[in-house]
Unconditional design. Structure first.
Ligand code: ADP
Ligand code: MG
Length: 693
């Protein structure tokens, strides 16, 4: 966060080679790390009344000098340390650790002691208080008393080497005195927010005058993080957006023919989305639009229509999907529309032969291929277009900000449409997609019924299979999903491959079963998926490779094994694979934990049974995990902030977004502030990669 402080921590007063080594243990190697090493709690030592005036029965801190210390024998020997100030005396009592305590203090040492004050006879006592010697330290009084004191966590080794919380406090105090932090926030902006200066904020994180200062400091640093992030996102697109983009028609003969050939009417929401996209395409400025719609809301149709409009305008269009299975499905869907129109559709994933690949690349470069569908293979070197007009990214949350940027970096002068089903809170949308306009498909195609969802314990598995058989006998198809094979360490994990054999020979014998997982040879994957799509398989036993996007309207039963291992967002996506037609659908979640079902897992399963709508699920997710936990590792593609809390800091997110837009308008390349520019350049847009392959 502070690139200018990326210097070794050994440059700080009081840090030698030994301490440098110890600090490394808690992740501190630079001065920046050190001053961002936050206390885990604070102790209020602002009010120091004389010992005699301290209230009995309360948690207090006293500062007093050691008069004497002795071990008193008895049934429970105790070490008693007598402290005094001009008002009276105070006894500190320990029933253990005597050997150390006897040597720890000398008469006259000034101590700060904290704990609950009790009365024992006519004596004032504290049992096992927190103690700090403050007099053996030239600036002890300044650092450790008379203020709110930070307490840092330390490792056993640090403590053994005397790098205690207290020692660390002193080191950080000195570092804060010595560093000069340039404040990148423009003065007017700081004034508008009544924000602390950066230097003050960092100081107050450690040494607040009052407790409330900590929150003010956090907000200032959160605002910085969000501002830099927004600036980084937006400035990546600066320059590129100066390039001319093709003016494309909102629709044309191809797009119109495709719409006319649909076996159904587009929903009002789909029409609205197409109108908004059409306006973007015709403006001569690059479209940057997020299309958000719950699973099954029909985003593919919107994308396909826009892609055909691009071809109508003489340009090429590309669609990028996160998995091969999904890319193949999209290619098939698009071909069904495009083939009759005489268009050339290519599929580019990791599995074409060298020759096929060369041919496709040439087709793209020479403009012979009109539409291309692919995975991130589209981002690889050597992929160049004759005239790419529109790029669509499906299930964008699987890619993250970086790939989106990479695609734009590569293909400048392109309209961009990103699609996601992940229901994300408003703040998050503003943060991650701060550079995008948002269209929401808030309507499902008519006739969709809610997916009946229930969860069962493992003992009811046989019953669930019987139900599944009944459904299949009426002509329905089913998925049975297992956690990924790679993840199944435990012996009782019913991994897809083993389960497939067991089911085929047992509970589901006589049904037509297919097995799908990421390790199958490509051709086999294709054959299985095609057979299931065609209806020549009744049951698809699969890993999570089918989690996103897969669309087989005839499938109406989704059974998830070890459902307790999945996050809510994932379960919602899996459930979204059924209920895609007008027939009633079912989702059966089997909870089969190794031990007891955790309260959180139970809450997730209950939430799935209770709610059908993605936004509702997202809210429950937030409640179950609590704020700050929302961006767990499962939620791939989200940046991690250190100070900003996207669930709480709605106002800051909005402010950062507006300020960033305004700043860039005035100073597109941030030339007026070198400090600010360097901060923005150091923003890491890398996200946790969460793939299911
Ligand atoms: P998602 O938004 O999850 O990507 P899809 O685009 O895969 O959803 O669409 C889900 C299913 O709904 C597909 O089978 C698609 O053909 C169908 N569909 C899309 N739009 C409509 C509509 N307006 N009326 C009926 N069915 C539709
Ligand atoms: Mg989709």
């Amino acid at each position: 966060m502070f690139p200018e402080l990326d210097v070794p921590v050994s440059t700080v007063r009081g840090v030698g080679a030994k301490r440098e080594d110890l600090l490394c243990e808690v992740g501190i190697s630079t001065v920046a790390d050190l001053i961002l090493f936050l206390p885990y709690r604070y102790v209020d030592r602002t009010r120091q009344s004389p010992v005699a005036g301290l209230p009995i029965g309360e948690e207090v801190t006293a500062v007093a000098a050691v008069r004497c210390g002795n071990v008193l024998p008895g049934r429970r020997p105790r070490f008693v340390l007598v402290l005094e100030d001009e008002s009276g005396t105070l006894e500190c009592v320990w029933f253990s650790g005597h050997r150390y305590l006897r040597r720890a203090f000398s008469a006259g040492d000034l101590l700060a002691v904290g704990g609950r004050l009790t009365r024992f006879g006519n004596k004032r006592q504290m049992v096992h208080p927190d103690v700090e010697v403050i007099s053996d330290d030239e600036d002890g009084a300044r650092v450790h008393t008379g203020r709110v004191i930070p307490v840092y966590s330390t490792t056993a080794r640090m403590k053994a080497e005397r790098l205690t919380s207290r020692a660390l406090r002193r080191v950080i105090f000195h570092a804060l005195e010595d560093v000069r932090l340039a404040d990148p926030m423009p003065d007017p902006m700081r004034a508008r927010f009544g924000a602390l200066s950066l230097g003050e904020a960092v100081k107050k994180l450690h040494f607040p005058d009052e407790r409330q200062d900590v929150e003010a400091a956090r907000r200032r640093l959160a605002l910085d993080e969000l501002l830099y992030f927004q600036l980084r996102l937006r400035s990546m697109q600066e320059g590129r957006d100066e390039k001319p983009v093709p003016v494309l028609p909102a629709t044309g003969p191809l797009a119109t023919k495709m719409m006319a050939a649909l076996p159904f009417e587009p929903t009002a929401a789909q029409r609205r989305a197409l109108t908004e996209i059409g306006e973007d395409l015709t403006r001569g400025r690059p479209m940057r639009r997020l299309l958000q719609g719950d699973v099954g809301s029909g985003k593919t149709l919107v994308a396909t229509s826009a892609m055909l409009a691009a071809v109508d305008g003489g340009a090429q269009a590309a669609l990028m999907a996160p998995t091969e299975i999904l890319a193949e499905q999209h290619a098939e869907t698009i071909r069904a529309f495009a083939d009759p129109l005489g268009l050339v559709v290519a599929l580019l994933t990791g599995r074409q032969t060298q020759r096929e690949r060369r041919e496709i690349l040439q087709g793209l470069a020479w403009g012979r291929v009109h539409l291309v569908v692919g995975t991130h293979a589209l981002l690889q070197e050597g992929v160049a277009f004759a005239r790419l007009g529109l790029a669509v990214i499906d299930e964008q949350h699987r890619f993250g900000v970086l790939q989106r940027a990479a695609l734009l970096e590569k293909e400048c002068g392109v309209h961009l449409l990103v699609m996601t089903a992940t229901p994300i809170p408003r703040t998050l949308a503003l943060t991650l997609y701060g550079d995008l306009d948002v269209t929401v498909l808030d309507e499902l195609p008519p006739g969709r019924q809610p997916v009946k969802t229930g969860w069962r314990a493992a003992v009811d598995r046989e019953k669930a299979y019987r139900f599944l058989r009944e459904q299949v006998s009426t002509g329905c198809q089913a998925y049975i999903v297992f956690p990924m094979i790679e993840e199944s360490r435990a012996s009782d994990t019913r991994a897809a491959a083993t389960a497939f054999e067991e089911l085929r020979d047992g509970a589901l014998s006589g049904l037509r079963l297919g097995l799908l997982h990421g390790r199958l040879p490509a051709a086999e994957k294709d054959a299985v998926m095609a057979a299931f799509r065609k209806g020549s398989l009744d049951v698809l036993v699969s890993t999570t490779v089918i989690e996103v996007g897969v669309d087989v309207p005839g499938a109406t039963v989704m059974m998830v094994e070890h459902a307790e291992r999945f996050g809510l967002a994932q379960l919602h996506q899996l459930r979204g694979r059924v209920g895609r037609g007008s027939a009633g659908s079912y989702c059966i979640l089997i909870a089969d934990p190794e031990g007891d079902l955790s309260p959180d897992a139970r809450a997730r399963l209950d939430a799935m049974a209770a709610a059908g709508d993605g936004f509702e699920i997202a809210e429950m997710d937030l409640r179950i995990r609590g704020p700050g936990q929302f961006f767990g590792t499962r939620q791939a593609g989200y940046p991690e902030f250190r100070f900003a809390d996207l669930t709480r800091d709605v106002d800051l997110v909005r402010a950062a977004r507006e300020e960033a837009a305004e700043l860039l308008q005035r100073d597109p390349h941030l030339e007026q502030s070198g400090v600010l520019r360097r901060r923005v350049e150091s923003v890491n847009l890398e996200v946790s990669a969460g793939h299911s392959g």
